[in-house]
Design a protein around this ligand. Structure first.
Ligand SMILES: Nc1ncnc2c1ncn2[C@@H]1O[C@H](COP(=O)(O)OP(=O)(O)OP(=O)(O)O)[C@@H](O)[C@H]1O
Length: 289
């Protein structure tokens, strides 16, 4: 099922408007067949921008995108106001992807059933709930049997069963050679099967090594909650040391870090200019995060 077509970003930069700030700059990234890549970063750092470039829905301002595997994309917000029923839309797309109408209709039913949405098959897209239309968004991407799957917060709005099903489907596909790149606010999402995590920081991608990632679930984790000056993004050094970065209430951030690095992350927070205020430091046992 997998292909050898791999996508590569070479020195990619993107800014919006002639004098806009660079959202991304000098990004190099290669996505191999079967790779499962997580992209994380604080709000507004450019995660969706990067995913749209990977999906081919946007073009870089500078640099280039080489290779174009057959790509499917689940956007953060799916345009639900389409003149189709859920099953009609999926059947139509299946046909666009080269299936016969009969095979497309069968695939549409199968995916709707897998996501617990059979009851919505005849519902016009415009009348679907947020969760219902998200299920169709996910089904349309999987039905396309893509070589590259790009998922931007695809789990948001799905019920627990559908969230699990989507994790299963992505893990199955990547085991089968499909590459997948995803953004999700839940640090546990696909944590056990993710090959590489990149954090978008200052417009660039900071790599978190797979070995370190794999070593983390079995180890105690220190979670540092800290607050910076209003609107400030976490210092780059802190993001590089952290295993997970999540926004907390009131503009604070929660940084997960392996125990041996906890002193270094505190030093980086307190030594930032201007310094960050450390709200709390807690030790969690493996699996409790
Ligand atoms: N079409 C656009 N026109 C102008 N500015 C844009 C556009 N799309 C994104 N931006 C800006 O680019 C920056 C990065 O946005 P992007 O949506 O890629 O970030 P993100 O990391 O996905 O954010 P979030 O976590 O909030 O979804 C933001 O400052 C945003 O305002």
């Amino acid at each position: 099922m997998g292909s050898e077509v791999r996508i590569r970003l070479d020195g990619v930069g993107r800014r919006y408007g002639l004098r806009g700030r660079w959202v991304l700059r000098g990004v190099d990234l290669e996505v191999a067949p079967g790779a499962l890549i997580r992209i994380e970063g604080a709000n507004g750092t450019g995660k969706s921008t990067l995913l749209r470039l990977l999906a081919g829905l946007d073009a870089p301002t500078e640099g280039r995108v080489a290779g174009r595997p057959r790509t499917a994309f689940v956007p953060e917000r799916f345009p639900a106001a389409l003149p189709f029923t859920a099953a009609g839309y999926l059947t139509h797309l299946g046909a666009v992807h080269g299936l016969t109408r009969k095979a497309a209709a069968r695939a549409a039913d199968e995916w709707l059933e897998r996501f617990g949405a059979s009851g919505h098959a005849r519902t016009p897209m415009a009348e679907l709930s947020k969760g219902g239309s998200q299920k169709v968004a996910v089904a349309q991407a999987l039905l396309a049997a893509p070589e590259l799957l790009v998922l931007d917060e695809a789990w948001t709005g799905l019920d627990a069963a559908a969230r699990e099903e989507l994790e299963r489907a992505v893990a199955e596909r990547t085991a089968d050679g499909t590459a997948a790149v995803f953004v999700d606010h839940d640090p546990r999402r696909l944590a056990e099967v993710t090959d590489t995590t990149y954090t978008v920081v200052d417009g660039a991608l900071a790599l978190r090594a797979a070995a370190e990632e794999a070593a983390c679930p079995g180890r105690p984790r220190v979670v540092v909650e800290a607050r910076g000056p209003a609107g400030a993004e976490p210092p780059g050094e802190v993001v590089r040391l952290a295993v997970s970065v999540a926004e907390a209430e009131g503009g604070a951030y929660r940084f997960g870090v392996t125990e041996p690095r906890s002193d270094a992350i505190l030093r980086a927070l307190l030594g930032a200019r201007p310094p960050w205020h450390v709200v709390s430091v807690n030790l969690y046992e493996a699996g409790s995060l």
